[in-house]
Design a protein around this ligand. Structure first.
Ligand code: NAP
Length: 317
């Protein structure tokens, strides 16, 4: 009897490991759960989840023996942890193994946007260079103020990297951190007012929804660029788009946005916006580590052992 169900689009290697090592039954999406026969659902103890569709109490109730939801990713805002707590279901995630990749991508977004790398490459491909066409100058990164909203694992790594570019580091977290030389601000607005690049590294979910509000965006200097590698939900996207359309800030570089994978068409139409398809952790090496950690969490719980990276506590072994 299948004890593990794997939901989502896994690489071939991960899919083989899930089905081979764990004997998992693979489903393409959450919605397919309801179509499984009841006796099959009743035997399921572990759910390997990879996706951003909301996973709530209704889905958990389809699996009455469920012990663990092992998320593929550090951000588990798609999973209703309160509903999991109510059902004594452990939730696990994959922190740390992806931190460097996401921080690297934030730096790439800053440099690519400021130095206009994409239009410059296009200028070569289009033959504009050979024709002697004008190429506008771009903007400097080194020495500019970098504001990190959420100095967690990823936020700290972004700050470290940008400090190496001689950028003064400013940040907002709920409390000041032990971060000598970096300047804490007591509100997101105060941070915004001191940021040439405002980099959002918060968790997603209800508690941080719209934290980058219209007043925060209004506090940004006019040369500011908003960089988001967290979740689209953390930003009041209408307020951001309005500021970009009006030219009140220089631009935005976003790996995450609302309504993925169908961004607001107004964002797509803006020349000062760089959009990426949510690829913060999308390297072969890191995705392999995330998959391995996801599977170790499931193996531990099925063996009655503590999970390596639990999100909630008091359940499982
Ligand atoms: P982390 O270490 O837990 O850091 C989370 C940050 O969010 C901390 O700075 C924390 O604030 C802040 N935060 C948490 N709850 C908050 C609340 N209620 N109000 C205000 N701030 C709150 O997590 P991480 O490993 O750095 O990951 C951060 C996020 O990055 C993930 O949750 C995920 O959404 C996103 N992510 C994106 C990608 C991508 O592909 N783009 C990949 C991986 C992760 P304090 O500093 O005050 O504790």
């Amino acid at each position: 009897m299948t004890q593990t169900i794997a939901i989502g689009a896994y690489t071939d290697t991960d899919a083989q490991a899930l089905t081979g090592e764990l004997g998992a039954l693979a489903l393409p999406e959450l919605a397919a759960l309801a179509a499984l026969p009841e006796d099959q659902r009743n035997g399921v103890r572990a759910l390997a989840y990879k996706g951003h569709d909301p996973l709530g109490g209704a889905q958990m109730d389809l699996l009455p023996k469920l012990e663990v939801i092992a998320n593929f990713g550090v951000g588990y805002d798609a999973i209703d942890v309160a509903a999991a707590n109510a059902r004594k279901v452990l939730v696990t995630n994959t922190p740390d193994v992806l931190t460097e990749d996401v921080a690297d991508l934030a730096v790439a977004l800053i440099l690519t946007h400021a130095r206009e790398v994409v239009p410059a490459a296009q200028y070569v491909l289009d033959g504009d260079w050979a024709r002697g066409a004008d190429l506008p100058l771009a903007h400097k990164v080194s020495g500019r103020r970098v504001g990190i909203l959420g100095l967690g694992r990823i936020g700290q790594q972004i700050a470290q990297r940008m400090a190496a570019f001689n950028c003064p580091i400013h940040y907002w977290s709920r409390r000041p951190k032990d971060a000598p030389g970096w300047t804490w601000h007591d509100t997101p607005e105060a941070l915004a007012a001191n940021s040439d690049f405002l980099v959002i590294a918060l968790v997603g979910g209800a508690e941080t929804a719209g934290l980058v509000s219209a007043p925060v965006i209004a506090a940004l200097p006019e040369n500011a660029v908003v960089v988001n590698i967290s979740r689209g939900s953390t930003v009041d996207e209408d307020a951001l788009i309005a500021a970009l359309e009006d030219g009140r800030i220089r631009g935005a570089a976003l790996d995450v946005m609302l309504n993925e994978p169908n961004p607001n068409p107004r964002l797509l139409a803006l020349p000062n916006v760089l959009l990426l398809p949510h690829i913060g952790s999308a390297t072969v090496e890191t995705r392999a580590e995330m998959g391995a950690l996801q599977r170790r969490n499931i193996t531990a719980v099925l063996a009655g052992q503590p999970a390596e990276t639990p999100v909630n506590t008091g359940f499982g072994a």
